[in-house]
Design a protein around this ligand. Sequence first.
Ligand code: SAH
Length: 397
Amino acid sequence: MNHMHTLHLNKGRESSLLRRHPWIFSGAIARVSGSPAPGDTVRVLDAGGQMLGLAAYSPQSQIRARVWSFVDESIDSAFLRTRLQRAIARRAGLLNDPQRTACRLVYAESDELPGLVVDRYGDYLVCQFMFTGVERWKQEIVQHLHELFPCKGIYERSDAAARNREGLPLSQGVLWGEAPPDIVEINEQGRLYGLSIGHGHKTGFYLDQYTNREAVRRLCQGRRVLNCFAYTGGFGIAALSGGAEHVLNVDSSAPSLELAAANFARNGFTPAQYENLTANVFDVLRDFRQQGRRFDLIVLDPPKFAETKVQFKKAARAYKDIALQASTLLEPGGLLVNFSCSGAIDMPLFQKITADAVLDAGRHGQILHYLHQAEDHPVGLPFPESLYLKGLVSTLD
Ligand code: SAH
């Protein structure tokens, strides 16, 4: 006898699952049989009773279930261990490099572990459990992680708003082993960054910009750089490593810029080589325009302006505004490096926003490079939603 809970889909709603997209929205479900608790495994059947897969149930979320497997198998501790093992094995080439001591080990749906993020910073792992399915198996996941990836400690940063949409409380703290020190140091291509696992953004650092920091480094020789939304100095330190003449970091967060200052010192850079300005980028760009300030390369790496599709018009205006203002500050031959991490804004739209901004600034430009998130944040082929980071390097006449 089968005691399992079952989701019966509406007619025609099986097509995305047949393409192995893992999300089942509430509107796709005709009825639920059994009484699954949050995180319980449910069988998913199409309108004709055909089995489509096994999913974890999340009664409070619009995404009512996320698929664990598209074949009939046991969803248990051993299953999770295999999935974790596979995610780590995919990154084998990235994990033994003394000049890359930080890396995302698990990237959620793209690694067939919906809602789970695991980042490695040196001897510590930091996890985010953003879905009831992985929350239900937290203990097992933590146990497997330190067996599969020996480390000193595993820390949880499940404090993002997405938890609330799942009906889960925010949660932070040590899950296993030692608590990380206040500042953990990582090596990124010979550059050193100190980060705070307990207080930093996301899990502590923007690992997704790894390849893009390298792209910027290679463009900076002899240039005066304006690094907007500087956080803890990621692009600024890459710029000086690449021979930039000077870097001006702007961020509204004083604690982030304090960490940035420590990071510049950590890499042997002196206060003569950079300046930190605690201010709102929108104001600073306008002030600089009035003052006639000029730069040779400007990085714009703002926070996500659009959380959802609904906010996307407002976000598009904000991306355009900063790109326009920055364009007026660039010398002829200057480089604009602008990013969007809003999933709701795709590359063609971001390119159009940037083109309009440059045009309105009275400049002419060419795109030299299209940038995306680093390879440890892969895009699952059936899950294009996971491509969220876009960037353009444009040269302006
Ligand atoms: N470029 C960084 C990450 C930037 S995260 C890196 O590669 O590490 C976005 C940053 O923008 C955060 O540090 C946040 O404090 C800052 N920020 C958000 N809104 C801002 C605003 N209006 N003006 C200045 N900084 C802002």
